[in-house]
Design a protein around this ligand. Sequence first.
Ligand code: DGY
Length: 318
Amino acid sequence: MNVFITKQIPQAGLTLLQDAGISYTIAEKTLPQEELIARVKSFDALLSAGFVKADAGFLEACNHLKVLSLFSVGYDNVDIAAATRLGIPVGNTPGVLSRATADTAFLLMLAVSRKAFYNYHKILDGKWQEFEPVADLGVELYGKTLGVFGLGKIGYEMAKKCRAAFDMQVIYHNRKPNPEAEEALDARYVSFEELLAQSDVLSVHANFSPETKGLFNKEAFGNMKAGSIFINTARGGLHNEADLKGALDHQTIWGAGLDVTNPEPMDPQNPLLKMPNVCVLPHIGSATVETRDAMAVMAAKNVIAGLKGEPLPTVVNA
Ligand code: DGY
């Protein structure tokens, strides 16, 4: 039994595969789709650690796979209906990355509120001269309202931090209310329109899907509270970048923090990177030693179960 791994993953996952008697091959570079299909032909399983676009065509060409294990919680890059039709179980890594990803949203919120990246660049550019009482002021977060779009595991962790650190009020919008989270966080379910209108910080934690694609557009930004901050650590496709830039230019909103962009990587010349109230990170939400180890273990366990013909511990298409 063998598995093809599209990128180097932490040793913790590789050791687990070895101990289970599964041999693995790690791609030496990112392979174009056709080459990947050709390579995967001689493997029983695929561990995708770099958002391989597993559309229906790819899955049909790889329909011999006993399991497709994703090194991510997100699975918007996989045609799940096609995988199910072809009998390929797809595993992901939910839960273990919630805290690290919420930490990244929190970091961006704070960095935007104090223009941290811009001020850091002022030093590099030799523009730190004297103390200025009214220059480059930020805004405080104490007692403000956090709006969570998508109160799942990651949104919950973000809300918990914001309550503990800044005593923020929590409102949220989901497809359906989440009573346990409401009780634990003293959170209030609101309509999408209310979320836009009432959030001082609006943090996006929802899946990317046809329903959420481009949801944060000109109209949505236009309906956000004046002086608010937009944070997205979910997927870049949820916001329209030109509309976000327009909202920042016209000061419809105060600032934005992004760990995800569309496309990725972001062009280094992107004008958003020069804006004082904008902080962008290169999709590092889950990038801690501890979290990546846990993701590797989870992804390996899904491979092992799939190759044994057992149900995957964390399956997307049960
Ligand atoms: C995920 O898991 O979906 C993240 O975007 C990658 O860490």
